[in-house]
Design a protein. Structure first.
Length: 452
């Protein structure tokens, strides 16, 4: 789902890795409908130049559940095979330091992000944040090709221009251009839903939260009820939730946009991936928390968890089933019942032995249940598997385990290790806010120790 909540609100808990993360490219993509090159921008760029084709890039991370859902349920769809010759295909795992140069050139705000890049100028023609259905992907393919070839006019040209501006990180200018596209387009424009999603995402990226929420309420009545409509409702509520608590319009906009998200969840059902529907629950829970509605949070969390348990039971394989682990974990924690998901995540660790996410999650769940020895052992297993900046999150969780064990010295040492490790990582792959959080946590512990 194309929202901050998809992998940002759950950054410390989310998961979106494949069991084949470290497999050779030929093995990982054997039988796949699209011939993705893994983690080699130079090779993909050279191939795109040689073939005279645009470059399509899937930017993902092993902690992003929406990325995992895309891999398990969309990018694996055999219907995509007929598009294999339209682009050169690249996937970029942002956990790997070898991809730092790509991230520096093409910064990522949301996971997953899909790019269409013109290899002639190494210029982003299109940047789409979040998940997509097969049908949405096919429209993105068309839009990317149109931008590459040029020649479009009117609303289509404005959409292409807005896509390019957003791809360049010029979110405010992109929002202005996309608003022009919607104003100029006919009422039955086939790209209206996609343009609304792109506009709201650009407004969020520009931190124009009030205009974003109001634009969602303005545009949704003119947008056909569809996945794009649901994503627009969700993006609008995400923007309303980003407003300061004392903002004069915050409560009003939260209420109005939450009503739209509730409508998206209600019959008639909108066709969407289970992960997308889960995102709607997630942001509604956040809205109820903002209203300090404890009963509403509990009721929604129970409905959310029950839904996810049913979807996980229908998953075709362990990798697809684990798509739901992070949201199941959060829903259970909102209910105050972490034990409800422990067996499922223990099973994920058995089924996906190379994935660091299940033991990292178990470390948190065991700590919450007071199983501190088990929590520390799970943290050990996660640290043995994790790569890149994600190690910081695992180390931060490990410090919490030490604190629960009343071992402040070990917690301090762990946080110092995390901060030292952060300094070894490429700047494009480290969140300054995450490092600041670690430093603040460490300073607090050191101050407590000095007072004793």
């Amino acid at each position: 789902m194309r929202i901050p909540a998809l992998c940002l609100l759950l950054l410390g808990l989310s998961a979106c890795t494949a069991a084949t993360t470290n497999a050779p490219a030929d093995e990982a993509h054997a039988g796949a409908p699209l011939p993705f090159i893994e983690d080699d921008y130079g090779r993909a760029l050279a191939e795109a130049k040689a073939k005279g084709l645009p470059l399509f890039v899937d930017v993902w991370a092993p902690w992003c559940h929406t990325c995992r859902s895309m891999k398990a349920y969309v990018l694996s769809d055999k219907a995509l095979a007929r598009h294999a010759g339209r682009f050169v295909w690249l996937e970029v795992n942002t956990d790997l330091t070898q991809n730092a140069a790509f991230q520096e050139k093409y910064p990522v705000e949301f996971w997953p992000t899909l790019y269409v890049i013109d290899p002639r100028q190494e210029k982003a023609l299109l940047r789409f944040a979040g998940s997509a259905t097969v049908a949405q992907l096919e429209k993105l393919f068309e839009d990317g090709e149109r931008a590459y070839k040029g020649g479009v006019t009117g609303a289509e040209a404005l959409l292409a221009r807005g896509d390019a501006l957003y791809g360049e990180g010029r979110s405010a200018e992109a929002a202005e251009t996309l608003a022009e596209a919607l104003a100029e387009a006919p009422a039955d424009w086939s790209r209206r839903g996609r343009a609304v999603e792109s506009l709201l995402t650009a407004l969020y990226g520009a931190k124009q939260y009030e205009p974003c929420a109001r634009k969602a309420l303005e545009e949704l009545p003119r947008t056909p009820r569809s996945l794009s409509w649901a994503n627009g409702a969700l993006m609008g509520l995400s923007c309303a939730l980003a407003l300061p608590a004392d903002h004069a319009a915050a409560k009003e906009l939260r209420g109005a946009t939450e009503a739209k998200v509730a409508e998206a969840l209600a019959p008639p059902a909108i066709e969407m991936a289970a992960d997308d529907r889960s995102g709607l629950y997630e942001v509604r829970v956040a809205a109820r928390e903002a209203e300090k509605d404890e009963a509403g949070v509990k009721a929604l969390a129970e409905e959310w968890l029950t839904y996810l348990e049913g979807e996980a039971a229908k998953a075709p394989n362990p990798d697809a089933r684990s798509v739901f682990d992070s949201h199941r974990m959060v829903a259970a924690m909102k209910l105050g019942a972490p034990e409800r998901v422990i067996p499922a995540i223990e099973q994920s660790e058995k089924d996906l032995p190379q994935d660091y996410n299940p033991p990292a999650r178990l470390a948190t769940l065991y700590r919450l249940k007071g199983r501190l020895d088990d929590a520390l052992a799970a943290s050990d297993r996660a640290l043995a598997r994790v790569q890149g900046a994600r190690r910081l999150t695992v180390l931060s969780g490990r410090a919490d385990i030490h604190l629960a064990r009343k071992d402040s010295a070990a917690a301090v040492k762990t946080l110092e290790e995390a901060i030292a490790f952060a300094k070894t990582l490429p700047a494009s792959q480290v969140s300054p806010r995450a490092v600041a959080g670690l430093e603040k946590k460490l300073a607090g512990l050191q101050a407590e120790a000095a007072q004793k």
